[in-house]
Write a protein that binds this ligand. Structure first.
Ligand SMILES: *[C@@H]1O[C@H](CO)[C@@H](O)[C@H](O)[C@H]1NC(C)=O
Ligand SMILES: *[C@@H]1O[C@H](CO)[C@@H](O)[C@H](O)[C@H]1NC(C)=O
Ligand SMILES: *[C@@H]1O[C@H](CO)[C@@H](O)[C@H](O)[C@H]1NC(C)=O
Ligand SMILES: *[C@@H]1O[C@H](CO)[C@@H](O)[C@H](O)[C@H]1NC(C)=O
Ligand SMILES: *[C@@H]1O[C@H](CO)[C@@H](O)[C@H](O)[C@H]1NC(C)=O
Ligand SMILES: *[C@@H]1O[C@H](CO)[C@@H](O)[C@H](O)[C@H]1NC(C)=O
Ligand SMILES: *[C@@H]1O[C@H](CO)[C@@H](O)[C@H](O)[C@H]1NC(C)=O
Ligand SMILES: *[C@@H]1O[C@H](CO)[C@@H](O)[C@H](O)[C@H]1NC(C)=O
Ligand SMILES: *[C@@H]1O[C@H](CO)[C@@H](O)[C@H](O)[C@H]1NC(C)=O
Ligand SMILES: *[C@@H]1O[C@H](CO)[C@@H](O)[C@H](O)[C@H]1NC(C)=O
Ligand SMILES: *[C@@H]1O[C@H](CO)[C@@H](O)[C@H](O)[C@H]1NC(C)=O
Ligand SMILES: *[C@@H]1O[C@H](CO)[C@@H](O)[C@H](O)[C@H]1NC(C)=O
Length: 415
């Protein structure tokens, strides 16, 4: 019974949601370097003829474990062939343009002799279906980026229905490593922009976070937290410290891309002043400038400037010099552990993780007392946890009571 109650509690706390696994494959080129990456989920529903003149339907998923033999990468075209089960395979072909690449076709070869998947099939042959991809969601992706599509894409052809979702693919991988940038498919539902967190108690001048058209968020792993410090000449002690993981969402020619700022390889520099301090983060792909001001004993993030050169050589630039974010008293630090999304401009959104920043008055290289953002306030969670625990407790008591009653009842009968 206690087990049940624990399970119930786990469910009530949302721990019961299971993760469906995906099929992840890496294809190497002839030099042994990664040239094609895919992580996706595919469900199949296949109509076939069964003995006794019956129509049957086989429903199955692309397994996690597949073979990639038969996949290949060439300069301007590549093939992803995933073999699974008893002689089945799923194939996608790609071609490369000047600035982007695209999927051209999806084919499925199914061995009807596999009785485990196609019981009682009349045929023992291979059923093959090829679909031209412009009938689907699969659109072009910029070279040097991953194609991401969380939305479901149903491809129906010749009795075979394929549902693709949670797709992350990069064809024509350069230099053997998967890109951190993403091109999202049009079908991915935009998220509503989350308003910049307000600190009612520390109301500051006009918050000019642009009212943006929602920018959809593609899937990327959570960025690594970087520790970015600006030091002064005196003993090289830190005068500005900013620890955070950062993802950057930006739009080029209407197309959304997203990248994580990789701390390894990112250089932090800047200046520390009395009324203004600057943090400059730069790597070969991106340069970000964060300007903080000190006004009336409070500091805030006042301006953000971002320059990015994409994998395909396009330039992105955006700035907002009228922000009022990360507000706290000078002499303290600002902290926000939960993911925060800030729409900096129409074409730029920043997502921070494990943020801890102090732009002024850093003493002996350590953060001062933190002003925590409202999002980290856990007080709202406590009633929920208490409620769930109480519900579980009541359940245990009720069950115990019922068992107790039954036992007593049985006891009387035997007398
Ligand atoms: C691809 O290359 C990487 C190292 O470059 C290696 O670890 C991996 O096993 C290779 N994969 C295949 C399927 O050959
Ligand atoms: C895919 O198939 C699995 C098992 O057959 C099912 O649980 C899941 O809901 C399906 N997902 C979609 C998106 O069709
Ligand atoms: C099986 O499907 C085919 C094509 O959809 C149809 O012509 C045929 O009548 C179906 N047979 C049965 C027994 O339902
Ligand atoms: C891949 O290897 C498996 C088993 O070794 C084989 O059955 C299958 O036909 C191969 N696929 C291709 C496309 O060569
Ligand atoms: C592929 O590209 C490499 C380097 O760019 C080049 O040396 C090679 O000749 C190309 N191969 C083909 C078949 O075009
Ligand atoms: C296969 O056919 C036999 C009779 O022909 C039937 O008893 C059995 O249920 C069928 N199996 C499936 C999975 O349809
Ligand atoms: C496939 O079916 C045909 C006719 O039903 C039969 O002659 C042949 O031997 C079968 N092949 C296999 C590999 O089972
Ligand atoms: C798909 O694209 C090919 C060439 O890219 C074109 O010839 C064909 O008409 C397109 N089909 C559809 C349905 O748009
Ligand atoms: C710099 O280091 C020297 C010797 O370690 C120390 O005397 C001095 O106070 C330090 N200055 C600052 C600003 O920390
Ligand atoms: C940083 O990158 C270099 C070269 O890319 C690598 O050798 C090193 O292990 C990386 N360090 C960490 C902490 O990831
Ligand atoms: C912040 O500005 C005030 C004046 O508004 C100044 O007195 C104070 O020293 C500044 N704080 C720092 C850390 O520079
Ligand atoms: C960023 O781009 C703008 C506009 O293209 C340019 O003026 C500026 O110098 C660039 N800054 C950096 C750091 O590359």
């Amino acid at each position: 019974m206690i087990h049940r109650a624990v399970l119930f509690l786990a469910l009530a706390l949302g721990l019961g949601t299971q993760l469906t696994s995906a099929t992840e494959v890496l294809v190497n080129n002839t030099e042994g370097k990664l040239c094609l990456y895919a992580n996706l989920k595919v469900n199949f529903s296949v109509a076939y003829e069964a003995v006794g003149d019956k129509n049957a339907t086989a429903v199955f998923s692309l397994p996690d474990a597949v073979l990639t033999n038969g996949s290949s990468c060439a300069n301007s075209s590549s093939t992803l062939r995933l073999s699974f089960g008893q002689g089945h395979s799923w194939t996608m072909t790609f071609s490369k343009g000047v600035q982007n690449y695209q999927a051209d076709s999806v084919s499925v070869d199914l061995n009807l002799a596999d009785a485990a998947v196609f019981p009682n099939a009349t045929s023992n042959e291979t059923m093959s279906v090829t679909v031209n991809v412009n009938a689907t969601n699969l659109s072009k992706a910029d070279l040097g980026t991953c194609y991401s599509c969380n939305s479901q894409d149903v491809i129906r052809e010749g009795g075979v229905s394929q549902t693709l979702w949670s797709v992350l693919i990069q064809a024509f991988v350069a230099n053997g490593s998967k890109s951190q940038e993403i091109t999202s498919c049009a079908a991915d539902v935009p998220i509503t922009p989350s308003p910049a967190p307000t600190n009612a108690s520390t109301a500051a001048p006009t918050t000019a976070v642009a009212p943006t058209t929602p920018i959809p968020t593609p899937t990327l792993p959570t960025p690594t937290t970087g520790k970015y410090h600006v030091t002064t000449g005196v003993n090289s002690t830190a005068c500005l410290m900013a620890d955070f993981g950062l993802s950057i969402g930006f739009k080029i020619q209407g197309q959304l891309q997203k990248m994580n700022l990789e701390p390894n390889g990112t250089n932090a520099s800047g200046t520390c002043g009395v009324n203004s301090s600057q943090l400059v983060l730069s790597n070969p792909t991106a340069t970000l400038v964060f300007t903080f001001v000190n006004e009336t004993a409070k500091f805030r993030l006042h301006a953000v400037t971002v320059n990015i050169t994409t994998g395909s050589g396009q330039q992105f630039y955006s700035e907002n010099t009228n922000l009022s974010l990360w507000v706290a008293s000078v002499g303290s630090s600002y902290m926000c552990n939960k993911e925060q999304s800030y729409n900096i401009s129409e074409s730029l959104a920043l997502h921070t993780f494990d943020l801890h920043v102090q732009p002024f008055a850093v003493a002996s290289g350590k953060f001062s007392t933190a002003h925590e953002c409202s999002m980290d306030d856990t007080t709202a969670l406590i009633p929920i946890i208490v409620g769930c625990a109480l519900t579980g407790l009541i359940l245990i008591v009720v069950v115990a009571y019922i068992i107790g009653r039954r036992k007593t009842y049985v006891g009387y009968q035997t007398l």
